[in-house]
Design a protein around this ligand. Structure first.
Ligand SMILES: C=C(OP(=O)(O)O)C(=O)O
Ligand SMILES: [Mg+2]
Length: 549
């Protein structure tokens, strides 16, 4: 019998197939019998070799960062220090699974004490432990299975290591119980172009094996779906995908109103991938993501290299660089204040530059030098600004280096001050992920509050309209670079609210551009007016859909 679950739709598209769930993590048996020490060592050796072989095969089949993560994890399984510790515990009488667990605990303590990059590998060590213990106990490999046929992945939530190397031809849709529209799962699914619904209530009731349809446009997860209804949705999805594939830009409505379609990037390789899409430039270059693993501040020369790689990839198209948004969910060891009780409301973004202007100045020097080297069209914006004086202070520093200056609108205070901020700035870009968090007093990572941080909330749309109106009065651009810009239907509403550019993950660009090209500006404005009048996020999305379909 058909049953329906619903959650927050984050990556549009439909995926149907048998449901699979990640295999649970094993635990070493409590009273594992002591074995012959040399047999224990041999059993460990062959289990570790098998785990490494599988990880290496997946690494060979993957590419880029995913391939590197998997290869590094494979190397840990065959680490000589690990084998030495296992031999020691085997000699002291532990059985193979127990010796493995104890050895990993010891190694993890050493990694933690070393700090920095070593400490960050502790999660991978535990992942290796679980895989070896499962192999020793003849249990299924933990984590996401590698299926032979296309499947729908259901999970409580997905860890970064789980998602490295996910194959979109095998995992045709994802639904999770936790997560919100800006959570890690949503971002990875969007990058991979896998239809995805998060924060699905009661998803744990859905067993593995049954046929499940995940609709990343409506947020519905249907168990044993009606075949006719699903075929109609699949056909609609096929048409949307065909339209997206055929879209070549630039961004404009069917009656010729221009709206720039830009990409969000975080490094040179990502920028090269983005540049293959029909984008008009980069609307958000998240520089802090280059330095998440650094314990010390990168030198200006290092920064010049990294920024130049992005600028060169864009080959003359505009790039909006965001200065370090360190702190809160993106701590940087060399910039973030330690032990803040409430980091989302703490010293993050521009506040770090205000406390230590040297960090900001060195970054601006690096951006300016990379711009000079590559002759790119570079503009610079600051994250987490709250006052007019801060905006002015930042703009002066950017302009002193010959570049155009803007800020992100991520706090309610900047919405209220939008007209005055344009006195000092050349542009603004609305970060809907944080603007939702701060407008609704709701943690953007909290799955239980994802209805409040849903960008369809009318109060968020009203804030966007206030800023877009201020931009129109000042004759200056207002972009959106939060996850809201990646949703094709919402993108039409944002166009109707009067923003001038939309910047999203490169994989979402075509679907957004194609959807906007199918509607007139008047339809976008009507949909925006209907959504603004709605009483909550769900009715806003429905009202817009009724106008636009
Ligand atoms: C784009 C944004 O910035 P980030 O997601 O990096 O905080 C945002 O807040 O919307
Ligand atoms: Mg933000």
């Amino acid at each position: 019998m058909t049953s329906l679950y619903s959650g927050t739709a984050v990556v549009p598209g439909i995926g149907v197939g048998p449901a699979v769930r990640p295999a649970p993590r094993p635990t070493a048996p409590e009273n594992e019998p002591a074995g012959d020490p040399s047999a224990t060592t041999v059993a460990f050796g062959s289990a570790a070799a098998e785990v490494a072989r599988r990880l290496r095969a997946r690494s060979d089949a993957a590419s880029g960062a995913a391939s590197e993560v998997l290869a590094a994890t494979a190397a840990l399984a065959e680490d000589r220090g690990l084998a030495t510790f296992v031999t020691k515990h085997a000699a002291a009488g532990s059985g193979p699974a127990t010796a493995t667990s104890k050895a990993i605990d010891e190694l993890a303590a050493m990694f933690t004490a070393a700090g920095g990059l070593m400490a960050e590998r502790v999660t991978d060590l535990y992942d290796v432990r679980d895989r070896i213990v499962a192999e020793l106990l003849h249990l299924p490999e933990p984590g996401i299975p590698v299926p032979d046929e296309p499947v729908v992945l259901l999970a409580e939530d997905l860890a970064p290591a789980d998602t490295a190397g996910l194959d979109p031809t095998k995992i045709v849709a994802i639904a999770t119980e936790l997560g919100g529209s800006t959570s890690h799962t949503a971002i990875i699914a969007r990058q991979l172009g896998i239809p995805c619904v998060v924060a699905v209530t009661n998803l744990k009731e859905v067993p593995a094996g049954g046929r499940v349809a995940v609709d990343g446009t409506s947020g519905n997860v249907t168990v044993d779906p009606d075949e006719d209804e699903i075929n109609a949705l699949i056909e609609q999805d096929r048409r949307s995908r065909a339209a997206a594939e055929g879209w070549t830009g630039p961004g404009r409505t069917s009656d010729g109103h221009s709206i720039e379609i830009l990409a969000n990037v975080q490094d040179g390789p990502g920028a090269r991938v983005a540049a293959e899409q029909p984008i008009q430039g980069v609307g958000l270059f998240r520089t802090e993501l280059l330095f998440l693993e650094r314990t010390t501040e990168p030198t200006v020369d290092e920064q010049v290299e990294l920024y130049s790689a992005v600028f060169e990839a864009l080959d003359g198209k505009k790039v909006i660089v965001r200065t370090l948004d360190a702190g809160s969910d993106k701590p940087l060891a060399f910039a973030t204040q330690p032990d803040e009780p409430n980091p989302a409301l703490g010293v993050r973004g521009l506040r770090i530059g205000l406390a230590d202007p040297g960090i900001l100045d060195r970054q601006l020097d690096g951006i300016a030098a990379a711009r000079e080297r590559t002759n790119a069209d570079v503009r610079v914006m600051a994250p987490m600004v709250t006052t007019e004086a801060e905006a002015q202070w930042f703009a002066e520093r950017v302009r002193a280096r010959g570049m155009r200056a803007g800020i992100m609108i991520e706090t309610p205070s900047t919405v209220l001050l939008a007209d005055r901020l344009f006195r000092h700035l050349d542009f603004v870009s609305i970060g809907t992920n944080d603007l939702s968090q701060y407008t609704f007093a709701a943690d953007r990572m909290a799955p239980t509050l994802s209805n409040l941080t849903d960008p369809w909330q009318p109060a968020l749309l009203a804030s966007i309209k206030l800023v877009a109106d201020a931009g129109r009065r000042a004759g200056k651009p207002v972009g959106i670079c939060g996850e809201a810009a990646a949703h094709p239907l919402l993108a039409c509403v944002l166009t109707g609210l009067g923003v001038t550019s939309l910047s999203c993950a490169a994989t979402a660009v075509r679907a957004v551009g194609a959807r906007i090209s199918q509607v007139t500006l008047a339809q976008c404005e009507e949909a925006a007016a209907a959504a603004l009048e709605a009483t909550d996020n769900l009715t806003a999305a429905k009202a817009a859909k009724d106008v636009l379909q």
